[in-house]
Design a protein around this ligand. Structure first.
Ligand SMILES: *Cc1c(COP(=O)(O)O)cnc(C)c1O
Length: 448
């Protein structure tokens, strides 16, 4: 695969794709939900399988010609069941958000009470955020984290008693510690709620044995396939033995909700990519990969501690770190994110627990190690990179956003002009490029 055809047929698009490859190659990708798929995953998901319609499930399709598609989907399903130890897996959800919506629609009626971690405390939009349909169709009673970053179980137990939820989510998008599956199972079992573990962020760690599995605790497990699992953009819904004991029709309810309930034809090229990713994730090398992700995150957090950079909960058990910048100033997230961008380090601004500023201009940044670990980086590089991040924070830490809207845009424009002209940041960028060039992306693939 050389993209020669795109180059000839659509030079404008080719130019953008090439620039994006160079951005990925030369920078340090530290957004914890991103990763680099293998070349085999890309071959599968960029293949002729995109040509076929196959509404339905293997052996039960609305269209003819699905002999081989059936085999491919069955392969993906069987690999998922084996890897995660579940009796049912659905590999058709188009992405994580529709997978989660399907779970609600399979289990809840409009107006039922649901509970998830508040978005600003590290939960996902689809766990009942007020501006998501999941917060509008259902009575969302969010739970929160305490000052120290751990789940506030006192509040949760009080709310569970009072509101008797139908469904509870455990699993997060900005939570650096091990997910407390047992405690949630205890609470959900007491009140009779369905417990859904959303392991989108950590499914690769679970598959590789670097994080506890939710399978014995939850009734349903959802996950994206493109984060630590390192597959194509897609998602899976799995039903556990515990789930089938609670409700023997749970598997059928999920199947029916996906199609005909919510979706039409599955993305067969994605299904094939998921099959490849699941095979890769079942290999011993993937266990090493998962362990290295966590070791790298710990090395990075150690370096931050040495440099006086505060972290929510003081560190990490996983792939993810939430930096709390409030000891330098409130609302610094945007300045840190954009300063790091100039230096070639990609992270995102993020709220911290008890965010003292507006969620649009939060006081933290979220970063993680899955993508850098895929490139082969280890603890030594993490310490080096932690030092560079500290230097960038030092360059931007005096900036303060004007309180009101008045003058805010002008201030940001001035900030952006200044960081573009900042010689220190330019020097850090050169060091970033030097590090990333030691770990070539898609080495030997001759993609361009
Ligand atoms: C990423 C994520 C999702 C949503 O996935 P999309 O594919 O972006 O729709 C859902 N839940 C959690 C916890 C996530 O981290």
């Amino acid at each position: 695969m050389s993209y020669d055809t795109i180059r000839k047929e659509d030079p404008e698009l080719y130019g953008y794709m090439k620039s994006e490859l160079e951005r990925q190659q030369n920078g340090l990708e530290m957004i914890p939900s991103e990763n680099f798929t293998s070349y085999a995953v890309m071959e599968a998901s960029g293949s002729i399988l995109t040509n076929k319609y196959s509404e339905g499930y293997p052996g039960r399709r609305y269209y003819g010609g699905n002999e081989f598609i059936d085999k491919i989907e069955t392969l993906a399903i069987e690999r998922a069941k084996k890897l995660f130890g579940v009796p049912y897996a659905n590999v058709q959800p188009y992405s994580g958000s529709p997978a989660n919506l399907a779970v609600y629609l399979a289990l809840c009626s409009v107006g039922d009470t649901i509970m998830g971690l508040s978005l600003t405390d590290g939960g996902h939009l689809t766990h009942g955020f007020k501006e998501s349909v999941t917060g509008q169709l259902f009575n969302s009673v969010p739970y929160h984290v305490k000052e120290d970053g751990s789940i506030d179980f006192d509040e949760l137990r009080r709310n569970v008693k009072e509101h008797k939820p139908k469904l509870m989510w455990v699993g997060y998008t900005a939570y650096p510690r091990e997910f407390p599956f047992e405690k949630f199972a205890e609470i959900a079992d007491e009140c009779g709620a369905y417990l859904v573990a959303d392991i989108s962020h950590i499914s690769g760690l679970v598959a590789g044995g670097a994080h506890k599995s939710p399978v014995e605790y939850a009734h349903i497990v959802t996950t994206t396939t493109h984060k630590t699992l390192r597959g194509p953009r897609g998602a899976m819904i799995m039903v556990t033995d515990k789930g089938l004991r609670k409700d023997p029709d749970l598997d059928k309810k999920i199947s029916k909700t996906i199609i005909p309930g919510m979706q039409g034809g599955p993305h067969n090229h994605t299904t094939a990519g998921i099959a490849v990713a699941l095979l890769e994730a079942s290999r011993p090398e993937f266990r090493q990969y998962a362990e290295q992700i966590v070791k790298n995150a710990k090395a990075l957090s150690d370096e931050f501690s040495r440099k006086g950079i505060k972290m929510v909960s003081g560190g990490t058990d996983t792939h993810l770190i939430l930096v709390d910048l409030t000891n330098f100033g409130v609302g610094l997230g945007i300045f840190a994110q954009e300063g790091l961008d100039i230096a070639g380090i990609t992270v995102n601004k993020n709220t911290i627990p008890r965010e003292p500023n507006s969620p649009f201009y939060p006081s933290g940044i979220r970063l993680g190690t899955p993508a850098l670990t895929t490139r082969g980086m280890k603890e030594g590089e993490m310490r080096e990179i932690g030092g560079l991040i500290a230097e960038v924070i030092n360059e931007v830490k005096e900036y303060r956003l004007p309180q009101g809207k008045e003058g805010r845009q002008e201030y940001l424009d001035k900030f952006r002009a200044e960081i573009r002209a900042n010689a220190k940041l330019a020097d850090i960028r050169r060091r970033v490029v030097a590090i990333s060039s030691r770990f070539p992306l898609y080495d030997g693939m001759k993609m361009w």
